[in-house]
Design a protein around this ligand. Structure first.
Ligand SMILES: Nc1ncnc2c1ncn2[C@@H]1O[C@H](COP(=O)(O)OP(=O)(O)O)[C@@H](O)[C@H]1O
Ligand SMILES: [Mg+2]
Length: 280
């Protein structure tokens, strides 16, 4: 199963020579809280510290590292949900940070995010139909029947029953809610998805189903993933390459087989030792 998918991906025509995403010297600092002695700022935390990375079209770059290492900050920078302190990001050859509102609006359709907590990120008062079709209303002037068709297509793609559309998020299990979040993320047919710990809140077996779903959707929709996790077994299952983050820096990056068979960095070895195999 795993071998099959790797070979499919390796031979995929989607993997090009020009990176979909080019991250150069990206840095993000946050001010530290005020000191309890007198109110002087105690300096700043370098959440992301001079990171350079390429992500090729069609690949899954797994981003792994302990809690607080800067993974979510990097993911949010890449989607321009927050502005960097320094550095540059090119998406599909275009400079993301100098993009004006109009261009950015177009770029945002191509870049989506899947969150760790699908419950917190889904509006509890909205039915699944509205949740999944909201991006279509905001970004595309699609009529109602076209929207309904797209929603039906998306629900099918993520393995949810047609009857789900009239129900509310609280009526679903965690795994099903994550499927709703994925359907919403796919609504605008994006090229690139940041998945920030998408299975960390789920049971291992449910998480494995979501990972399998993401692998299938990648081939079906030609997606590129930045897949963030603190868990090496989850990352190694899906990623074509793995980047290891430690205290805001990428300390090692390479093909999954190489990173797991012969990790160069002691921190990568400790991540491999700390975590048992994911059983799927
Ligand atoms: N909005 C923020 N304000 C202040 N500090 C932040 C903010 N977001 C993240 N940080 C800090 O940046 C560092 C990296 O956080 P984060 O990117 O969330 O790490 P990870 O996702 O790897 O757990 C942490 O020290 C965190 O406290
Ligand atoms: Mg995080």
């Amino acid at each position: 199963m795993l071998g099959t998918r790797y070979s499919q991906l390796k031979h995929s025509a989607n993997i090009g020579l020009v990176p979909l995403l080019e991250i150069r010297n990206l840095t993000k600092t946050f001010p530290l809280g005020e000191s309890i002695f007198g109110g002087d700022a105690r300096g700043e935390v370098r959440a992301v510290d001079d990171v350079s990375l390429d992500i090729q079209a069609g690949e899954t770059l797994g981003l792994v590292g302990e809690s607080g290492s800067g993974k979510s900050t990097l993911g949010r920078l890449v989607l321009r949900l927050i502005e960097p302190t320094a550095g540059s990001i090119r998406f599909n050859g275009r400079d993301l940070l100098s993009a004006r509102t109009g261009e950015m609006r177009g770029l945002r359709r191509d870049m989506q995010i899947i969150f760790q907590d699908p419950f917190g990120s889904l509006d509890p008062r909205m039915r699944v139909e509205e949740i999944v079709s909201e991006p279509l209303i905001i970004h595309e002037r699609m009529n109602l029947s076209a929207r309904r068709m797209r929603v039906a297509e998306l629900l099918r793609a993520v393995g949810l029953d047609e009857s789900a559309r009239q129900r509310f998020p609280h009526e679903f299990s965690g795994g099903q809610r994550q499927r709703i979040g994925i359907a919403r993320a796919l609504a605008l047919r994006p090229k690139f998805i940041v998945a920030d710990e998408p299975v960390s809140a789920l049971d291992v077996s449910v998480g494995a189903q979501i990972v399998n779903l993401m692998a299938r959707l990648q081939l079906e929709f030609g997606l590129t993933y930045l897949f963030i996790s603190h868990s090496m077994p989850v990352v190694r299952y899906l990623a074509t390459r793995i980047a290891v983050m430690y205290r805001g820096k990428i300390v090692e990056v390479g093909p999954t087989e190489q990173m797991t068979a012969a990790p160069a960095h002691a921190y990568t070895r400790s991540l491999l030792e700390a975590t048992p195999e994911m059983t799927t």
